[in-house]
Design a protein around this ligand. Sequence first.
Ligand SMILES: Cc1cc2nc3c(=O)[nH]c(=O)nc-3n(C[C@H](O)[C@H](O)[C@H](O)COP(=O)(O)OP(=O)(O)OC[C@H]3O[C@@H](n4cnc5c(N)ncnc54)[C@H](O)[C@@H]3O)c2cc1C
Length: 462
Amino acid sequence: MTKNNIIIIGCGAGGGTAAQFARKTDRKASITIFEQTSFPQYSKCGLPYTISGDIPEIMDLIEFSKEWFEKARIDLHLNTTVDHIDSEKNILYVSNENNTKQEYEFETIILATGASPFIPPIKNIQKNGVFPNGVFSLRTINDAQNISKQVKKGKHALVIGAGFIGLEIAECLHKMGMNVTIIEAMQTILPQLLDSDLSNQIQKHLEQYITIKLHHFVKDIQVTNNQVTHVYVEHAETHEKLTLPADLIILATGTRPNIRLAKELKCTIGSSGGIVVNNKSETSQKNVYAVGDCTEFIDFITKKPVPIGLGSIAVRQAIAAGVNAAGGQYELQNGVLQTCTSEFFGLEIASVGPSISQLEELKPIVGKHTGSSRPEYFPGGKSITCKTYIDSSTGSILGARAIGTNAAQRINTYATALLANMNIETFRTLRTAYAPPIAPTLDTVTIAADIAATKWQRKRSG
Ligand SMILES: Cc1cc2nc3c(=O)[nH]c(=O)nc-3n(C[C@H](O)[C@H](O)[C@H](O)COP(=O)(O)OP(=O)(O)OC[C@H]3O[C@@H](n4cnc5c(N)ncnc54)[C@H](O)[C@@H]3O)c2cc1C
């Protein structure tokens, strides 16, 4: 039996980063990672773009190779699954691809087991736990490779789910010449992120390229000779039925945290289904840390638990876990600031703050402005829309959304203000840079903030 200081389960963004920061903190610690797949730490975020060919070589997604871990004296076991943990004896039971079983004693554990795709209850979607040909979720390098093999110009692709990942995949499949339809159960696209006016704006843009069916459920899949051919779809209210051709189906219906081992360790599981962690990435159990998509953490604004589903957050939690597990001191802010971005068919979208339903519960004052990336007189300006949400009694910023040129950078400005607990009165006076070919004197960020601040002042003065 091998004795280890730190054992990490999972070598995704969370596990790999935790190992690196544990090593930086303690040059001598014994650090071991178990990873059930054959790949060391790679970017899942890049997977859709390997399907479109934007990233020509899928193995370029690997950010830290096996050799890199070896050099850092981190003992990485690929193709090795942690099957079971005995929390009384502090023993971990693993098996590798040859079904060789081994036991490891541990002092400190970092759970970085990620999440698994959620499979919606659709008739014929699986037989004995296996998808028919043509049905996929997208979570791993193998998934992306298998999808790529089925992509055929002129054929029909159906993406279930209009969240960030669904829309990214839809664009990539369209780029490869497929006829793409998105089916979304809710009434708008990006339903967790945007309110209906921003969703509608993006939807109009997307419908130039793909078909979108909102408020529809996929009920059944037609499979012939183990190959999907059609889907049966129903309207959520009218129950009107549709049959759509589908040579390829991608499930982009969210994930569920992998918490089996956390339960064996008796870690507290929270209301959203993830492992409860604090701002040091500690779980409820001593010497057990958890990071990334297997966890939940409180939202920076609402202080309510939110499931973690972003690589950017997993990495920050992992820095805390790695440093603390190795005896250092590292604390995250008190809660997770949900900052995210993507781009669909050339339209950039970014968001900071709670989900739209959580924001709306706070009954915020909203300032919205659509402007241009350049002064009106300078040709070539591009449209940019910003929406600022502020607390109606205190005027503190709760969140923001941006659509258009440099949306992510604009949202990063809001993120800075949020972390600094900045009031809208200060934020509206932001001194943004101005030069005609680059930016107008008053940026859309500032104007949207000014509109919110004015509404707030009017409310205060009755
Ligand atoms: C298509 C796609 C696009 C995305 N785009 C973005 C984006 O643009 N921006 C963003 O911030 N986030 C994005 N994400 C989310 C981001 O990839 C995840 O938040 C991030 O990968 C989470 O890291 P993690 O380490 O928690 O989990 P994972 O990366 O899932 O790693 C968990 C690892 O644990 C291993 N494991 C699990 N159980 C065991 C076990 N018992 N034994 C051994 N190994 C085990 C798994 O094999 C896996 O490798 C995207 C995700 C996907 C799928």
